[in-house]
Write a protein that binds this ligand. Structure first.
Ligand code: AHR
Length: 553
């Protein structure tokens, strides 16, 4: 996609290191990461600002189909953090909250509607302190641990491997498990994979049977560590690359199960880390070793870019609205640059870029536990989701999975709960509207967007992506980031004719519109019909601050 507007984007540093409760204070960058980070973009010379663009132009190349948009781009992440697992997913069988084997029925029903393709668990930083054997067997006999990263609370391990895989079954998602490299042993990782996936008469498979599960599960995705540059062990790229090789060797493909192995990436813009991992993968392949299939990238969006004062999720002005999108659009540059390095070592694009943590990160809601990362979710977040998913769609040749952080009650959540109460968020609705892109074929586009200017800064006002589904229908997701003005977008469809068009829109009168337990339907999609078929395509007018999905038959 060509976005012709110039975007001057300062990068937001993501410094999520462990041993720190809840990003309530600035987290020190690890010395390792500091030494390896390239020059931050804001220190690099910037081209002079270009003049404001006055018109939009969108050309969709329906005659040049691109890669398949993996449904896994619409994946989710659930960590043992705050009330994501406990209260959000797991209430226990004895709870008055309606549940199936301890898992909330209301949450399962809501998640089924967005067709969650893949779910990452148990962390995050928690993964590198998690010892899976503590989470199997009779729940009351399971040992407890301290969740040092997230509020120092006691983790009773009542939600473990069986419960997670049951939850995945209930919502129809593929499991993506993150193994413990930081504080776990190779043997422990090997045993876990055997426990879940082996059908042999083996010690671990028999232990699983004793715990009530006769058949092995399918485990399609497995990560060898999380943020190994930081909370996952403060490693160098070189040290981690060797550890990846070693641990990954013992992640076995038991008969009937083939694992897609994901390596931890470095800090968001640590391109050296990507070089080291990609190069070592080529060397490993030459020597017949077990290779990686995916390479992880994490990036969070803060309105202020300041980890000490990230900004409020609901109480913000237009400057913070604008900054949020300036920072969210950084994702495109990160994906482009990491992909370029990956292309050097993997020109056939066999290795996926796995953005297994992304989303909006604000100050916690006043009065909530700072270690629980509980934040409200507004129309602004829906647009962050909209533009980010457009970026992933447009990079479908390399981005093979993404997991928004996090599914319930943490960071940019799909669902918020409070005991028996539940509401879905504006971000949830973007995932629901975008299900049309799951496994569809990307249609490349050229987009020339008008600018959305604020003060002396500007960004493109429009973001878009398009795909064709198996029934031949074209879907276009369009976001208008300007909170004040509607925008007309003429679209030329090359290689296709627009017959019937229908649409849905997500918008609201206020920038900070959000759903509450008392008003759960305040922000939700509505029918949209501000469009017209033209000789060469269609023309539509996007309301201010909106996400629109059009279906073109
Ligand atoms: O999603 C919250 C935390 O952010 C994760 O545990 C960690 O991997 C990242 O730094």
């Amino acid at each position: 996609m060509n976005i012709k507007s110039f975007v001057a984007i300062p990068i937001v540093s993501v410094l999520c290191l462990g041993l720190w409760a809840g990003c309530s204070s600035p987290k020190p960058k690890s010395p390792v990461a500091q030494a390896q980070s390239p020059i931050p973009p804001q220190a690099q010379p910037q081209p002079p600002p270009s003049p404001l663009l006055k018109t939009n132009r969108l050309v969709i190349h329906a005659d040049q189909p691109g890669a398949e948009i993996s449904r896994n781009i619409y994946g989710q992440f659930s960590e043992h953090l705050g009330h994501c697992i406990y209260g959000g997913i797991w209430v226990g069988e004895d709870s008055p909250i309606p549940n199936t084997r301890g898992i909330r029925n209301d949450v399962v029903a809501a998640l089924k509607k967005i067709q969650v393709p893949v779910l990452r668990w148990p962390g995050g930083c928690f993964a590198d302190e998690y010892h899976w054997m503590d989470g199997i067997g009779t729940p009351t006999n399971r040992p407890s641990m301290i969740n040092t990263h997230w509020g120092g609370v006691t983790e009773n391990n009542h939600f473990g491997t069986h419960e997670f895989l049951d939850f995945c079954d209930q919502i129809g998602a593929a499991p993506y498990i993150c193994g413990n490299v930081g504080s776990g042993t190779v043997q422990e990782m090997m045993d876990w994979v055997e426990y879940m996936t082996s059908d042999a008469d083996s010690p671990m498979a028999n232990l699983r049977r004793q715990n009530g599960r006769e058949q092995p599960w399918k485990l399609p995705y497995f990560a060898v560590g999380n943020e190994s540059w930081g909370c996952g062990g403060n490693m160098t790229a070189e040290f981690y690359a060797d550890n990846f090789s070693r641990y990954n060797t013992f992640v076995k493909n038991h008969p009937g199960n083939n694992i897609y192995r994901v390596a931890s990436g470095g800090l968001e813009s640590d391109y050296h880390w990507t070089e080291v991992l990609m190069k070592q993968n080529v060397d490993r392949l030459k020597h017949g070793g077990q290779a990686m299939n995916g390479y992880s990238l994490h990036y969070y969006t803060l309105p202020t870019g300041n980890w000490s004062h990230k900004g409020s999720a609901t109480d913000f002005n237009e400057a913070e609205w604008f900054n949020m999108f300036q920072h969210a659009l950084v994702m495109d540059g990160l994906v482009t640059k990491h992909s370029a390095i990956m292309d050097k070592y993997d020109p056939q694009k066999k290795i996926g870029l796995i953005v297994d943590e992304w989303g909006a990160w604000y100050d916690v809601e006043p009065g909530s536990n700072p270690g629980f990362l509980y934040q409200q979710n507004t129309l602004r977040d829906a647009l962050v989701a909209g533009v980010t998913l457009n970026i992933f769609n447009n990079h479908a040749d390399r981005v093979k999975m993404a997991n928004i952080a996090q599914m319930i009650n943490v960071l940019q959540a799909m669902i918020l709960t409070d005991n028996e109460k539940m509401t879905v968020t504006p971000s949830y609705w973007v995932f629901e509207m975008d299900t049309v892109h799951h496994d569809a074929t990307l249609l490349p586009m050229d987009l020339q967007s008008v600018d959305y200017a604020f003060g002396d800064k500007k960004i493109p006002a429009v973001s878009a992506s398009a795909s064709r589904d198996q029934a031949g229908k074209i879907h276009v997701t369009l976001c208008n980031l300007n909170p004040n003005q509607s925008i007309e977008v003429p679209c030329e469809l090359q290689g296709a004719k627009a017959g019937k068009i229908s649409g849905r829109v997500l918008t609201a009168p206020e920038m900070n519109a959000h759903n509450t337990f008392d008003r759960p339907d305040h922000v939700k999609p509505a029918e949209f019909n501000t469009f017209k078929v033209t000789d060469d395509g269609f023309i539509t007018t996007l309301p201010a601050k909106s996400v629109v999905v059009l279906e073109v038959d």
